[in-house]
Design a protein around this ligand. Structure first.
Ligand code: 5GP
Ligand code: ZN
Length: 113
């Protein structure tokens, strides 16, 4: 998608600090970290949000979670939170599917603001 920030990051047109990359996925550190470790995992193909996951693209979503397990292990994170804000009310600000992976600090539940 032409005007999508994360499509541009996936293509390398906008630089990012990478955690992991392969032909399908990119994991990179969030520019505004909400914890000692905060990275995002995105599919390189444009999927708007969790609301657009279906049988045609769910394999890539499964792969996102494989990458989350691999990267957190490599970073020595035993405890972490995976979040995907979906839609305006939930606070989604970039309309390209992404999983926040946040760790390294105590967290509360429910998440609230
Ligand atoms: P959302 O608000 O959609 O749940 O998450 C979008 C995330 O993308 C935010 O945590 C924000 O800090 C991050 N972000 C926005 N622009 C950039 C950017 O240019 N580079 C990086 N690395 N992260 C970004
Ligand atoms: Zn996109």
């Amino acid at each position: 998608m032409e005007d999508c920030l994360f499509c541009k990051i996936a293509k390398g047109d906008i630089p990012s600090k990478k955690v992991y990359e392969d032909e399908d996925l990119l994991a990179f550190y969030d520019i505004d970290p909400q914890g000692p470790v905060h990275f995002l995992v995105i599919p390189k193909q444009h999927i708007g949000s969790c609301a657009e996951i279906d049988e045609s693209n769910s394999a890539i979503v499964a792969k996102c979670f494989e990458v989350i397990a691999k990267c957190t292990k490599e970073l020595g994170l035993e405890s972490f939170r995976v979040v995907s804000n979906t839609g305006l009310q939930a606070g989604q600000s970039v309309n390209h599917l992404h999983f926040h992976v946040i760790g390294g600090r105590d967290m509360t539940w429910p998440p609230g603001d």
